[in-house]
Design a protein around this ligand. Structure first.
Ligand code: GDP
Length: 673
C-alpha cells in the first residue's frame, strides 16, 4: 500500500529497510552514523536522507567486498608464489578454507539484497519508481478512492502547474483562542463593504496576504484533522498550534502536538493572549522544549509567534511565517489535470438538499460537472466561493461549496469526476457493494488478534499502539514495559504512536485508524462515543488494570492464541417520518438520526418508549435504489415482510453482532457497573 510508505514525500524506515533487504536496526545504525538519532522503524525520512544512507551502505558494502577480495587474492598469490613447498600449499589451502568459511558466514549474515546485485542508490531509485507506478496502477474505484489523488504532487513541476495556497489547520487546547484567531485572520483582508466580517462559514476560508493566498480549515481542533487523516487524506500542510500565554501547555495541546507529529506536518506555535497581564510567553517556550519543539530563537526549527487574537496583534507576523514555511514546501497544482478534491464539510439544507464543501486538489471544477464522493454523486447545480458568492468554476488549491449531490458524504471523502450521472450511479452502486462486503469481512483498524495473521510468512511486523492511562506514572510504566517487550521480541516492533492521560475519546480512535493502531487503556475508561466509533471503524480498544496482562495478551496474540467473543452493539438510530405502502410491504420513510442503518442488521422499533417490533432490517433504499447501508443525516426507506404496522414518529434502533475481546468486555462491565 502506498500510504504506508509515503507521507508527504517521505519514506518510512521499516519500509525502506524491507525493500533493501535489511533489518530496520541495521538501517537505524547507519542513520546513527549519519548523526540521525532517536529514529524508530516507523519514523519517516526524506528522499535526500534515504539517498545519503543508501550511499553509506553502498560504501560499507564496497569495503566489505574489497577486503574479501583482497584476502582471497592474498591466498591465491601465496599459493602461486610457493607452488613447490608443501607447507606453503597447506597454508594456502588453509587460507582458502578460512576464506570460504568467512564467505559462508557473510552469506548467512542478514546482508542487504543489493550487496552483490546492485548499487543501493539504484535500488532506491527503482524503489521510488515502483512506488510511483503502484500509485498510478491502483484501481480508481476502491471504497476509499485514491488518497494519493488528493495528496500533494511530488517530483518535477510540469510547465502548466500553478502555485497553490498552503492549507492550514489550527489546533490547541479548548479556550486557548483557536476560534477567535481564525475569525481574526478571516477578517484581516475583508473589504470595507463587507465590514462586520464573514459570518457564513463553509468549512474552509481563504485569506490573501501580501498577494498570496492561504487556506484555513474552519473546524479547529484535532478531531476533524485526524478524522480526515484516518480516511487516508492528508490535506493539512501546516499546523498552527495555539497556546494561551497565561495557561501554557495543557492536555489537549499535548494531544495536538502528538497528532501533528504523527501526521508529519510542520508546526507553527502561536502563543496567544499576550495582551493578558498574566501572560508568560517565555514559560510556554520552556514547556515546548519538553515536547521536543525547540523554538527557532533557541536554535531549533519551530517557528513561534506571539499574538493576541482578541486585540489583533501579531497576526501579520503569523501570516508571514505561514507563507515562509509554505514557501519551502513549494506547493503546486495542475488546473488542467483531471479533477480531484476532498470533502471538508457537508450538511443537509431543507431548501437545497446536500451542501458539500470541497477542497479542490487537482484540476478545475465547474457548474454542470458530474462528481462522486464515496457513494454520493450528482451533477453540480451551483458553486459558491467561501464568501458565498456564486461562481462558474474554481481551480485547484481552493475551497468551494457545491450544490447538486444526491446524499451527504462524509468529511474526508475523496471526490472525483465522472463522465455522466449514469456512470456515477454505477460507480456508487459498485462502491456500496464493496463497502458492504468489506464491512462483513474486516475493517480499517488493527486488531490484536490479527497480529498472528500479520506475522504469517513475515519475519517481522509492527504493532502500533495509542496508549491512555489514568496518570502519567502509569502511562509511562505501561509504555516502558511495552517497549521492553518489543525489544525482546524479534518478530514485532512495538510503536507507541500516542500516549496521554485521560479517558479514551473519539480523538484517540481516529488517531488509531490513521495509524492502524490498537487503543490500549490502562486503569482508564473509554467514552461511549469512542466505543461506538471504534465499533464503526473496526478499531480495537483493549482495557487493562494490570501491566502483565497486556504483555501476556500481546504474546498470546503473536502465537494466535487470543480467542474472539461476540457481542451485540448498536450501530445507529432513525426516526420514521412517513409511512407508505409498497406492494405487499409497508415502507417507513426515515431519517437516520445517529450512526447508520445497515441491511441485514437487527432492528428494534419503539413507539412512545414501547417496543412494537424486533426483527431483521430486510430492505434499505435511498431514493430509488437499494443500498447496503446509509449514514446520518441521510433519509431512507426501511421495510421488512415481518412488519407492516409502521407509524409516523416510530423510532428504529439498529444492532449488529461484533467481535470483542473477552477481557475488554469484563473490564467494561466492571467499570460501567
Ligand atoms: P477556542 O476554544 O480555542 O476556540 O477558544 P475561543 O476562541 O473560543 O476563545 C476562548 C476565550 O478566550 C474567549 O472568551 C475569547 O474571547 C478569549 N480570547 C481569545 N483570544 C484572546 C486573546 O488574544 N486575548 C484575550 N484576552 N482573550 C482571548
Amino acid at each position: 500500500m502506498v500510504l504506508e510508505v509515503w507521507d508527504l514525500g517521505k519514506i518510512r524506515i521499516f519500509s525502506l529497510a524491507r525493500h533493501l533487504g535489511l533489518r530496520s536496526e541495521a538501517l537505524l545504525e547507519a542513520l546513527n552514523e549519519l548523526g540521525i538519532e532517536g529514529a524508530t522503524p516507523a519514523s519517516a525520512i526524506d528522499e535526500e536522507t534515504a539517498k545519503a544512507v543508501a550511499q553509506l551502505l553502498a560504501e560499507q558494502a564496497k569495503q566489505a567486498r574489497e577486503s574479501a577480495l583482497a584476502s582471497k587474492q592474498a591466498a591465491d598469490e601465496a599459493a602461486v608464489a610457493e607452488p613447490g613447498e608443501e607447507k606453503a600449499a597447506e597454508k594456502a589451502e588453509a587460507e582458502e578454507e578460512e576464506w570460504e568459511e568467512e564467505e559462508e558466514a557473510r552469506e548467512e549474515m542478514p546482508a542487504p539484497a543489493f550487496y552483490e546485485a546492485e548499487d543501493p542508490l539504484v535500488a532506491l531509485e527503482r524503489h521510488l519508481a515502483e512506488m510511483e507506478a503502484q500509485a498510478k496502477e491502483e484501481p480508481r474505484d476502491s471504497v476509499t478512492p485514491l488518497p494519493e489523488l488528493v495528496a500533494r504532487p511530488r517530483g518535477p513541476r510540469p510547465p502548466n502547474a500553478i502555485e497553490v495556497p498552503p492549507v492550514v489547520t489550527v489546533l490547541g487546547h479548548v479556550d486557548h483562542g483557536k476560534t477567535t484567531l481564525l475569525d481574526a485572520l478571516r477578517n484581516t483582508n475583508i473589504v470595507e463593504e463587507e465590514h462586520g466580517g464573514i459570518t457564513q462559514h463553509i468549512g474552509a476560508s481563504e485569506i490573501e496576504f501580501e498577494g498570496k493566498r492561504i487556506v484555513f480549515i474552519d473546524t479547529p481542533g484535532h478531531e476533524a484533522f485526524t478524522r480526515m487523516r484516518a480516511r487516508g487524506a492528508q490535506v493539512t500542510d501546516i499546523v498552527v498550534l495555539v497556546v494561551a500565554a497565561d495557561d501554557g501547555i495543557m492536555p489537549q495541546t499535548v494531544e495536538a502536538i502528538g497528532h501533528a507529529k504523527a501526521a508529519n506536518v510542520p508546526i507553527i506555535v502561536a502563543i496567544n493572549k499576550i495582551d493578558l497581564p498574566g501572560a508568560n510567553p517565555e514559560r510556554v517556550k520552556q514547556q515546548l522544549l519538553e515536547h521536543d519543539l525547540v523554538p527557532e530563537e533557541w536554535g531549533g526549527d519551530v517557528v513561534v509567534c506571539e499574538v493576541s487574537a482578541l486585540k489583533r496583534q501579531g497576526l501579520d507576523d503569523l501570516l508571514e511565517m505561514i507563507l515562509l514555511v509554505s514557501e519551502v514546501q513549494q506547493l503546486w497544482g495542475e488546473p488542467d489535470a483531471e479533477f480531484a478534491g476532498i470533502v471538508i464539510e457537508a450538511r443537509l439544507e431543507p431548501s437545497e438538499g446536500p451542501i458539500v464543501t470541497i477542497l479542490v486538489r487537482r484540476g478545475t471544477l465547474s457548474v454542470g460537472d458530474t462528481i462522486i464522493a464515496g457513494t454520493a454523486y450528482g451533477r453540480i447545480r451551483r458553486l459558491r466561493d467561501w464568501r458565498g458568492k456564486s461562481i462558474k468554476s474554481i481551480e485547484c488549491g481552493r475551497p468551494v461549496e457545491v450544490v447538486g449531490l444526491n446524499a451527504v458524504p462524509e468529511a474526508g471523502e475523496i471526490v472525483t469526476a465522472c463522465k455522466s450521472p449514469k456512470e456515477a450511479r454505477q460507480l456508487a452502486e459498485e462502491r456500496l457493494k464493496m463497502r458492504h462486503d468489506a464491512e462483513l469481512s474486516a475493517g480499517s483498524g488493527m486488531r490484536l488478534q490479527a497480529l498472528y495473521d500479520e506475522l504469517h510468512g513475515k519475519e517481522r511486523t509492527e504493532l502500533n499502539i495509542v496508549l491512555k492511562g489514568d496518570a502519567w506514572g502509569s502511562v509511562e510504566a505501561m509504555a516502558s514495559s511495552l517497549e521492553a517487550i518489543g525489544r525482546q521480541m524479534e518478530e514485532i516492533d512495538i510503536n507507541i504512536v500516542h500516549r496521554a492521560v485521560g479517558e479514551i475519546t473519539e480523538s484517540d480512535v481516529t488517531l488509531a485508524v490513521a495509524s492502524k493502531a490498537i487503543v490500549l487503556g490502562y486503569n482508564t475508561k473509554a467514552t461511549e462515543s469512542a466505543r461506538r466509533m471504534a465499533e464503526d471503524e473496526h478499531v480495537e480498544i483493549r482495557m487493562y488494570n494490570v501491566i502483565y496482562e497486556a504483555l501476556q495478551d500481546i504474546q498470546d496474540a503473536m502465537l494466535g492464541l487470543l480467542k474472539p467473543v461476540y457481542e451485540t452493539r448498536q450501530i445507529g438510530t432513525a426516526e420514521v417520518l412517513q409511512v407508505f405502502p409498497m406492494g405487499r410491504l409497508v415502507a417507513a420513510g426515515c431519517r437516520v438520526t445517529e450512526g447508520r442503518l445497515q441491511r441485514g442488521a437487527r432492528m428494534v422499533v419503539t413507539r412512545n418508549g414501547q417496543q412494537v417490533f424486533e426483527g431483521t432490517l430486510e430492505t434499505l433504499r435511498h431514493f430509488d435504489r437499494d443500498v447496503a447501508s446509509i449514514e446520518s443525516p441521510n433519509e431512507c426507506g426501511v421495510s421488512t415482510p415481518e412488519f407492516r404496522g409502521w407509524q409516523r414518529g416510530d423510532k428504529i434502533e439498529a444492532f449488529i453482532e461484533v467481535e470483542v475481546d473477552r477481557r475488554e468486555r469484563s473490564t467494561a462491565d466492571n467499570t460501567s457497573g
